[in-house]
Design a protein around this ligand. Structure first.
Ligand code: HEM
Length: 221
């Protein structure tokens, strides 16, 4: 078992499974965040409900941190090995898929940018300013105020737009690769899977993008 996990195929499985964990998280995080378009109280109450359930919160955070560490370290080890084996790559994949695209060749660069985004994102939101509010008599953190304050700054909005576009490419290629690594990808399915991967990535990125743009354009100064 350990030998399999250390093999190239085994490590691609690990990349896929840890990637799937984050794919599930970003989709739910994006969907929950859409409450910002509905009402400040609902947005704050949603955030409060999540942080109040310590078991779910710490459980989910542990899984996310573990998946991220595993994803990044496995990516680094596969990249180093790939570099060593340069020259033995296929120009066309054996399953008939086209050769490497710019998106697939820059996965490491995209991943590094997404990682930098996650770190700065946590610093500004999760560990950022603590405003207080009261919703239906319950005191809680005013996350809505913090989000609106930050997304009124053009530099901050621009950084989100760039990071979310990079995330879209990373997710679309990642979602497609999972099928390939797990061996689900027969030749006739390639087009459908590529469409599915792009649809998923566009929904996540467009949903997230609508939030800073809504605040900046409609709730601005
Ligand atoms: C417009 C886009 C986004 C907005 C407005 C947003 C907003 C927030 C806010 C307000 C929090 C703090 C929640 C709390 O402490 O209660 C948070 C946490 C977090 N966000 Fe985002 N987010 C966005 C995009 C993303 C993206 C693209 C990722 C990942 C690639 C991400 C990953 C996280 C993570 C990991 C946490 C910490 C969750 C936890 O441990 O409790 N976010 N986000």
């Amino acid at each position: 078992m350990l030998d399999f996990l250390k093999s190239t195929v085994g490590r691609k499985y690990i990349m896929g499974i840890s990637g799937l964990v984050w794919m599930g998280f970003v989709l739910t995080h994006m969907a929950g965040n859409m409450l910002i378009l509905v009402s400040p109280d609902l947005y704050n109450a949603y955030g409060h409900a999540i942080v109040s359930n310590k078991l779910v919160l710490y459980g989910a955070e542990s899984v996310l941190v573990l998946a991220l560490i595993v994803h990044v370290t496995t990516a680094i080890s596969l990249t180093i090995e790939n570099r060593k084996a340069k020259g033995t790559r296929y120009a066309v994949n054996p399953n008939g898929d086209k050769g490497p695209t710019l998106a697939s060749q820059t996965m490491g660069l995209q991943g590094s940018l997404v990682l930098a985004f996650i770190i700065t994102h946590l610093a500004t939101f999760k560990y950022g300013k603590e405003y207080e509010t009261v919703v239906n008599g319950v005191p809680m953190r005013d996350l809505h105020r913090l989000v609106v304050e930050l997304f009124q700054q053009p530099g901050y909005v621009l950084w989100y737009v760039v990071a979310l576009i990079v995330l879209m490419f990373h997710l679309s290629h990642g979602a497609h690769s999972i099928f390939q690594s797990f061996g689900f990808l027969e030749r006739k399915m390639v087009k459908g899977v590529r469409k599915f991967a792009w649809a998923y990535a566009i929904i996540v990125a467009a949903g997230f993008l609508s939030q800073p743009l809504y605040v900046y354009l409609l709730k601005g100064n």
